[in-house]
Design a protein around this ligand. Structure first.
Ligand code: AMP
Length: 176
């Protein structure tokens, strides 16, 4: 494991049975409270895509925003939020996805991306991949290209990469 992955592992707090029994929640607030670590993490999350001519960083509500905005600034790219239904005020496109129990959906402003945009998706955690796959479909429906997905941590035992097909996935800390 890289030294940065070790620092991330030490900073993340596991909260058992949150938000419901059986889920171990990866609490990133101690990482956010460590400016040196947060800066190193943001730098490392964008580094694999520094030469990929990213035009837009698309981040998933809400913890994806915390990493997506500084990454967009660093890449010189536009920042685009993807949110839960009913949160974005302008015209939206919607993409649904299945959860363990029930369904959810994500929305994007229809004028947020131009055809041919080169998009980097950003989130804090890749778990089953349902969220990231829905975001990728939303982006591709706008005629844009998903260059890759950058996440702080990947819960690899949940096989999120399988939901993303051959799209490129980069992570700092892979939890096996
Ligand atoms: P999934 O769609 O299953 O890949 O779940 C990814 C989304 O749910 C991300 O937006 C994460 O922020 C959140 N998430 C899933 N599992 C966890 C977890 N164990 N701890 C914290 N956030 C999680």
């Amino acid at each position: 494991m890289s030294s940065l992955a070790l620092r991330v592992q030490r900073a993340i707090r596991d909260v058992p049975d949150f938000p419901k029994p059986g889920i171990t929640f990866k609490d990133i607030t101690p990482l956010l409270a460590d400016p040196a670590l947060l800066q190193d993490v943001v730098r490392a999350m964008q580094a694999p895509f520094a030469l990929a001519e990213i035009t837009h960083v698309v981040a998933m509500e809400s913890r994806g925003f915390l990493f997506g905005v500084p990454m967009a600034l660093s890449l010189g790219a536009a920042f685009v939020p993807v949110r839960k239904p009913g949160k974005l005020p302008w015209k939206t496109a919607r993409e649904g996805y299945a959860l363990e129990y029930g369904d959810d959906a994500l929305e994007i402003h229809t004028d947020a991306l131009t055809p041919g945009a080169r998009v980097l998706l950003v989130d804090d955690v890749l778990a089953t991949g349902g969220t990231a796959a829905a975001a990728a479909r939303l982006v591709e429906r706008q005629g844009a290209l998903v260059v890759g997905l950058s996440v702080l941590m990947e819960l690899a035992f949940l096989r999120g990469r399988d939901a993303l097909g051959d799209r490129r996935v980069e992570t700092i800390w892979r939890v096996s």
